[in-house]
Design a protein around this ligand. Structure first.
Ligand code: HEC
Ligand code: HEC
Length: 330
C-alpha cells in the first residue's frame, strides 16, 4: 500500500515535470515586451522587471514607480516630500503601477506625447499631463517640472514604453470603451449596483476606508472631499464606466469582467452625481466643438443639452457630430 502511494506521487511528479518542459516558455524573461512576433490580439504587457535593473537610471525609474504606487506617503496631506495632493495614489486609478491591460495603464504615454489636447487647446508634454492628474484626479497642486519627483515619474513612464515606436498604441492601453446604452445612464439603478457590489469596500458614504495609519487608503474614496474633482477624467461617464468595467469590483479584468455594460454605465452615473470638490474649468476646452461627447458641462456646439451630455444617450450626439463634420468637409 505504502509503496503504491510513493509510486503514485512519483508518477505525478514526472507528469508535471514533462508538462512544464513541454510548455513553450514565455519569452518575456529574456526579451521583454519588445518582441514583435506577438499575435495582434494579445494585450500589452509591461517590460520585464529584469530589464529595469539594466538601465543606467534604474534607481530613478524605481523611485518614479514608488511615487505612482504610494503617492500619499510622499506627496499626500502628510507627505514626507511635499503636501500637494488628496491622499489618493496614482495607482488607485492606474492599476498595478500603470501596467495592467485596460487598467488605465501608461503603455502609450511615451509613444504618443507630446500631443495636442483639446482640453487645454495646446501641445501637452508628459509633465503637463501628469500635473493635470495632480490638479484634478488628486485634487491638488502641480509638481515643479524639474523636481526630482517629476523627473522620476517621467523616467518610469518612459521606461514602460520601451520597445514601442512613436505613435504606437498597443492593444489594451488606457481605458476600454464600453458600448453606448440606448437610454440615459440611471443614477437610481446605479445606486443598487453600488450597494450590492461596491459599498463593502468604498463604504456607504463613498469616502473610502483609511488604513490603521490614518494616512493612506485601504479603499480609496469615490466621492466626498478627498476624492477626484469635477475636472478629472473619471468625472466623465465613459471614463468611469470603462475603468470599472475592466477593473471593478477589485479582481475584475478585461477578460473576466464582473459588471455588465449597463451596470458599469449606471454605477458611473450614480457615483458622479454625488458631492465632490469642484474645479474652475473656465480655461478648459477653448474650442467648444472639441469637447468629448460625455463632457458634462456646456456650452456645446452640437445643440444637445448638458443633461444628455452627462448621462446619454450618446449615440445621437455622436451621429449629429459626424454629420456636422461631414458637412464641413464637403
Ligand atoms: C482618480 C483617478 C486618477 C488618479 C488618482 C490619477 N489619474 Fe491619471 N488619469 C486618470 C484618467 C481617468 C485619465 C484619462 C484616461 C483616458 O482618457 O483614457 C488619466 C490620464 C493620465 C495620463 C495620460 C494617459 C494617456 O494615455 O494619455 C497620465 C500620464 C496620468 N494620468 C498620470 C497620472 C499620475 C502620475 C498620477 C498620480 C500623480 C495620476 N495620473 C493619478 C485618472 C487618474
Ligand atoms: C473588494 C474591494 C472593492 C470593491 C468591492 C470595489 N472596489 Fe473599487 N477599488 C478598490 C481598491 C483597493 C481600489 C484601489 C486599487 C489600487 O490602488 O490598486 C479601488 C479603486 C477604485 C476606483 C479608482 C479610485 C477612486 O477611488 O476613484 C474606482 C472609480 C472604483 N474603485 C470604483 C468601484 C466601483 C464602482 C465598484 C463597484 C462596482 C468597486 N469599485 C468595487 C477596492 C474595491
Amino acid at each position: 500500500m505504502r509503496l503504491f502511494q510513493i509510486f503514485l506521487v512519483f508518477a505525478l511528479l514526472v507528469t508535471i515535470t514533462l508538462t512544464v518542459l513541454d510548455t513553450p516558455q514565455n519569452p518575456a524573461g529574456e526579451t521583454s515586451a519588445v518582441s514583435s512576433a506577438k499575435p495582434t490580439n494579445e494585450l500589452w504587457q509591461a517590460p520585464n522587471e529584469s530589464l529595469l535593473l539594466t538601465e543606467a537610471n534604474a534607481d530613478e525609474i524605481k523611485y518614479g514607480r514608488e511615487l505612482i504606487q504610494n503617492t500619499a506617503l510622499y506627496l499626500g496631506p502628510n507627505g514626507t516630500v511635499k503636501q500637494i495632493s488628496n491622499g489618493m495614489n496614482c495607482q488607485n486609478c492606474h492599476l498595478d503601477a500603470g501596467t495592467k491591460a485596460w487598467g488605465n495603464n501608461y503603455a502609450a504615454v511615451y509613444s504618443t506625447y507630446p500631443k495636442f489636447r483639446e482640453r487645454s487647446g495646446a501641445l501637452e508634454t508628459i509633465p503637463k499631463r501628469v500635473n493635470d492628474c495632480f490638479e484634478r484626479s488628486l485634487n491638488g497642486q502641480s509638481l515643479d517640472t524639474n523636481s526630482k519627483e517629476m523627473l522620476a515619474i517621467v523616467a518610469y513612464i518612459k521606461w514602460l514604453g520601451v520597445g514601442l515606436n512613436k505613435g504606437d498604441k498597443p492593444a489594451g492601453s488606457g481605458i476600454v470603451e464600453v458600448p453606448f446604452l440606448n437610454r440615459p445612464a440611471s443614477p437610481e439603478k446605479g445606486q443598487l449596483v453600488y450597494k450590492a457590489k461596491c459599498e463593502s469596500c468604498h463604504q456607504a458614504n463613498g469616502e473610502g476606508l483609511l488604513n490603521a495609519d490614518k494616512n493612506t487608503y485601504a479603499f480609496p474614496p469615490l466621492w466626498g472631499e478627498h476624492s477626484y474633482n469635477s475636472g478629472a477624467g473619471l468625472y466623465r461617464l465613459s471614463r468611469f464606466a470603462g475603468y470599472v468595467k475592466a477593473n471593478m469590483p477589485l479582481g475584475a479584468s478585461y477578460n473576466n469582467p464582473i459588471l455588465s455594460d449597463e451596470e458599469a454605465w449606471d454605477v458611473a452615473a450614480f457615483v458622479n452625481t454625488q458631492k465632490r470638490p469642484s474645479k474652475d474649468l473656465s480655461k478648459d476646452w477653448p474650442n467648444i466643438a472639441g469637447k468629448p461627447i460625455d463632457h458634462p458641462f456646456g456650452p456645446f456646439s452640437d445643440g444637445f443639452s448638458e443633461e444628455q451630455h452627462k448621462y446619454g444617450p450618446f449615440e445621437p450626439i455622436k451621429k449629429k457630430r459626424n454629420e456636422l463634420k461631414n458637412k464641413k468637409t464637403t
